[in-house]
Design a protein around this ligand. Structure first.
Ligand SMILES: CC(C)(COP(=O)(O)OP(=O)(O)OC[C@H]1O[C@@H](n2cnc3c(N)ncnc32)[C@H](O)[C@@H]1OP(=O)(O)O)[C@@H](O)C(=O)NCCC(=O)NCCS
Length: 220
């Protein structure tokens, strides 16, 4: 248990260049406090002490701003940076060496029953504000960009960004078209352009019909 405690503190130093002393880390890192509270709550949960486990989890949420359901399974060396607003669901499984930033939700879509929260592989970084929703797996060594909304399986070694989340990098290689940030499509202009084309088509049809009508009048 003491070695795990030491490993938790060491994990903070490895992930946060702002960490200064062990004393500061032990007493001021709410991510650590939430993980320690979760270990106690999870043990109680596995022994069937569900309500007590929930009370500990909620007390931890009150003091840290991080809500980890006591049923969630968490691996070694998880680092929750800043932490406020993090929510981790009951059937979520998190591998080793994962980094989670503030505002992350590892939740369900509301459509699934049983296992309804994601499984996060090893060495995954989940950026601030991102939501990973559903019972799929996020592969090892993958990065979820901040504010991404991930609704599908993520293979190993990928970077996912955006809403809905899409893979933009796999095994270090860029995937799909490069995002052209300065020339993003404007849906309203596209709509007007399509309407303009349709009006031109209708005008032509009308002119043809008039021409036909005039010809038939002349023929009478
Ligand atoms: C996604 C992230 C991990 C970088 O991963 P990466 O594999 O190195 O990816 P890249 O930086 O090469 O970016 C790949 C593409 O995605 C885009 N991108 C990166 N992060 C993005 C994000 N959060 N949202 C939308 N697009 C993003 C990049 O602009 C790039 O686009 P391009 O191909 O058109 O140039 C990083 O950008 C990120 O979001 N980290 C989270 C950090 C965080 O939450 N910090 C909080 C500290 S308090």
């Amino acid at each position: 248990m003491f070695s795990q405690f030491r490993s938790d503190v060491q994990t903070v130093f490895e992930n946060d260049p702002a960490a200064r002393s062990r004393f500061e880390v032990v007493f001021t890192y709410s991510g650590l406090h939430a993980i320690w509270a979760h270990r106690i709550a999870h043990r109680l949960y596995r022994r069937g002490w569900f309500t007590l486990a929930r009370i500990i989890s909620q007390a931890s949420r009150f003091t840290t701003g991080i809500e980890i359901h006591p049923g969630a399974t968490i691996g070694q060396r998880l680092f929750i940076d800043h932490g406020m607003g993090v929510v981790i669901g009951e059937t979520c499984e998190i591998g080793d060496d994962v980094v989670i930033y503030q505002g992350v939700t590892l939740g369900g879509t509301g459509k699934e029953k049983g296992k309804r929260h994601p499984t996060i592989g090893n060495n995954v970084v989940i950026g601030s504000g991102s939501k990973v929703l559903g019972s799929f797996r996020v592969g090892d060594n993958s990065n979820i960009g901040s504010n991404a909304v991930v609704l599908r399986e993520v293979p190993d070694n990928c970077t996912v960004v955006g809403n809905p989340g899409r893979v933009v990098r796999r095994n270090g290689e860029r995937v799909g078209d490069r995002l052209d940030h300065t020339n993003l499509p404007d849906p309203i202009i596209e709509m007007f352009r399509a309407m303009g084309q349709e009006i031109e088509g209708l005008k032509k049809e009308l002119a043809d019909m008039r021409e036909l009508q005039q010809l038939s009048h002349k023929g009478e």
